[in-house]
Design a protein around this ligand. Structure first.
Ligand SMILES: [Cu+2]
Length: 71
């Protein structure tokens, strides 16, 4: 793992379309410290870059209406 640009992966359940992906992306982008968000819709994966608080990311995704756990 790189310390310079750490990326944390999560598994998101319930994303079914591009709208879901952008909803999750927008919610996570609003979390403090997040510098990049990537969502893999088909794989149900979320990659968050930056010095982020996992609990804050989890809360953001859950707030958007999806179940999430660490990958
Ligand atoms: Cu959707």
């Amino acid at each position: 793992m790189s310390t310079e640009s750490s990326t944390t992966d999560f598994v998101v359940q319930g994303m079914t379309c591009g709208g879901c992906a952008s909803k999750v992306t927008g919610a996570v982008q609003a979390v403090a410290g997040v510098t990049d968000v990537r969502v893999d819709l088909s794989g149900g994966r979320l990659s968050v870059t930056g010095p982020v608080d996992e609990a804050a990311v989890t809360a953001a995704v859950e707030g958007a209406g999806y179940a999430v756990s660490r990958a």
